[in-house]
Write a protein that binds this ligand. Structure first.
Ligand code: MTE
Length: 316
């Protein structure tokens, strides 16, 4: 991966929404929605704020403190909008995430072109506060809102031949200026083994911090696989294909020696160009002490069983 990072200390603290301000705002929105107030007090400006309603709480993320919202939404990897961390927030401003369709095909009983709303609305939204660990050795904590991928897949009825799930990002260089450059072969593609896709942790995210997903974070719908390096969590998905064969993945295709299909967070398996033993915490300042990387990013209990008997230094 191209490593060209801006120091998190470059972002003025005045630009960062403190957690208490966020919590107050969220409580206000929740309370207003519950009391039926929101319809009557909403100004045109607030209608743009795109708060998500009916989000259920879950135990995921107990004890984790979310990274400031301003950092989550301004320090991004989204090469379709540029290779610097601060490119996507500006370059994706005019991106049209509505209307949106997702094609689901391959080994499923109910293939089709699904409208985003039809895909999402049958499910109750859940908040999942997860660690996000990038292969570049930094991490943050994100309060995602979404639907378990398993629930979404169950509705399209995978056949017994489905062994993998392949994902594809939109290919639209008009809207995604980074696709004019050949930093990667476009569109961005990713994949999971079927049992990884069905694991309860695997999420299709449609929001974060109680609001619709900002464009720079992969609007309107993206994958989140918290025990794997962040590059597996593909953004702005337009196709989900269930396949018999292991699908190609973007970073593996670009540098197979450096990025495997599995990409499980593993402090013991170094990237050929840097160690993965420690990570820099976004929001704690560039020169603050690094933290030990956790096996499977701290989700061993939930996922270690998926890899029993596999040599994880070989299947990296
Ligand atoms: N998805 C697409 N389509 N394009 C990308 O460049 N970057 C990946 C992943 N998903 C990427 C992508 C990487 S390297 C990371 S670390 C995460 O998105 C970052 O997600 P965030 O910007 O929401 O923190």
């Amino acid at each position: 991966m191209l490593i060209k990072q801006k120091k998190s200390s470059d972002i003025a603290s005045s630009e960062i929404t403190s957690k208490s301000v966020f919590m107050n705002r969220r409580h206000f929105i929740q309370a207003a929605a519950a009391s039926g107030l929101i319809g009557s007090i909403m100004t045109p400006d607030m209608a743009d704020a795109s708060a998500l309603s009916g989000v259920g709480k879950t135990p995921y993320g107990k004890g984790l403190t979310p990274t400031d919202q301003k950092l989550v939404t301004s320090y991004n990897n989204f090469y379709e909008f540029g290779t610097s961390k601060d490119d996507p927030v500006d370059a994706a401003r005019e991106f049209k995430a509505k209307p949106w369709k997702v094609t689901i095909d391959g080994e499923v009983g109910k293939p089709g072109d699904y409208n985003f709303e039809d895909l999402v609305s049958p499910h109750k939204l859940q908040e999942r506060i997860y660690r996000l660990r990038c292969v570049e050795a930094w991490s943050m904590v994100v309060p995602w809102v979404g639907i378990p991928l398993a629930d979404m897949l169950a509705r399209v009825e995978p056949t017994s031949k489905a062994k993998y799930v392949a994902f594809e990002t939109l290919h639209d260089p008009e809207q995604m200026p980074g696709q004019h450059r050949r930093v990667l072969k476009w569109p961005y593609v990713e994949g999971l083994r079927m049992d990884e896709a069905m694991n309860p942790l695997t999420l299709m995210a449609v929001g974060l911090y109680g609001e619709e997903l900002p464009n720079q974070n992969g609007a309107p719908i993206r994958l989140v696989v918290p025990w794997k390096y962040g590059f597996k969590s593909i953004k702005s998905i337009v196709r989900i294909s269930l396949t018999e064969k292991m699908p190609p993945t973007s970073w593996n295709r670009s540098a197979a020696r450096e990025y495997g299909f599995y990409a499980n967070v593993n402090p013991e398996v170094s990237h050929p160009r840097w160690s993965q033993a420690k990570e820099r915490i976004i929001g704690e300042g560039y020169f603050s002490a690094k933290k030990e990387t956790l096996m499977f990013n701290g989700y061993s209990e939930e996922v270690a069983g998926l890899y029993t008997g596999m040599d994880l230094s070989k299947y990296y």
